[in-house]
Design a protein around this ligand. Structure first.
Ligand code: FPP
Length: 237
């Protein structure tokens, strides 16, 4: 079997920061901080490899249920990240998009997220999608609402609502479907992440915790993808 090219769209559930902190007997906030280092390296590598889209799950709508201390630590890291990295990302021609409800974020974070999108909107390199305050079912409900509103205004007819029209209302509009979904830490769940976009995704579940997910582990996942037999419901032989 011939090798596939690199995936066009890689999505990652960055799982295991809490367990990593526990293993090292340090606060969970420090596990997340270490996780940001991994994230930085994976973004840089994806951009250098010429991957078209990289989507990272940073904060789900369910993550608000964590302790106020942990939520505050994650909010602090987000703000720090978007403030300190934006110049380098812009220089690397990375286009940032936030998947999720930015308006439900605290004021400073919201401003930083809008700024990152605005500042990089004309960039043509890696599409870096960061899912923050994101849930896939909420994304689908939002798309359905947008289509219904257009139909009520007479802009479209119900029969115009097809897969392309639906996809066009998702946060990932215009980007390819996910080819490879990676979830670290050995957990094998989708956790309300990109349910529609992962219809034909290949899955990799490396056992390492996110802070330990290094470039060698990333390449292992990419190589595994290249040896998959993708049929999209058809037959290859
Ligand atoms: C999962 O680990 C990870 C998260 C809930 C947050 C991921 C966030 C970051 C890597 C940093 C912030 C992001 C940006 C863009 C700066 P977990 O805490 O659920 O791990 P556990 O299952 O071992 O407890």
């Amino acid at each position: 079997m011939s090798e596939l090219p690199l995936p066009r769209h890689v999505a990652i559930i960055m799982d295991g920061n809490g367990r990593w902190a526990k293993q090292h007997k340090i606060q969970v906030a420090l596990g997340h901080r270490k996780g940001v280092e991994t994230l930085r390296a994976i973004i840089r590598e994806s951009s250098d490899l010429g991957i078209e889209s990289l989507t990272l799950y940073a904060f789900s709508t369910e993550n608000w249920r964590r302790s106020p201390e942990e939520v505050a630590a994650l909010m602090g890291l987000l703000l720090e990240y978007f403030t300190s990295e934006i110049d380098e990302l812009d220089e690397k021609n990375v286009r940032i998009r936030i998947l999720g409800d930015k308006d439900g974020m605290p004021e400073k974070q919201r401003a930083a997220l809008y700024n990152a999108e605005e500042r990089t909107k004309n960039n043509t390199g890696l599409n870096l999608n960061i899912a923050i305050n994101y849930g896939s079912r909420a994304e689908l409900a939002r798309a359905a609402r947008a289509l219904a509103a257009k139909a009520v205004k007479g802009e479209i007819k119900p029969e115009d609502i097809d897969e392309a029209a639906l996809s066009n209302e998702l946060y990932t509009k215009g980007q390819p479907d996910v080819d490879l979904l990676i979830r670290t830490s050995g957990e094998m769940r989708l956790s309300n992440f990109l349910l529609y976009q992962c219809a034909y995704a290949e899955f990799e579940f490396p056992p390492v915790l996110w802070p330990d997910f290094d470039l060698a582990a990333y390449h292992e996942a990419l190589d595994a993808f290249r040896h998959r037999d993708r049929r999209f419901g058809g037959r290859n032989s």
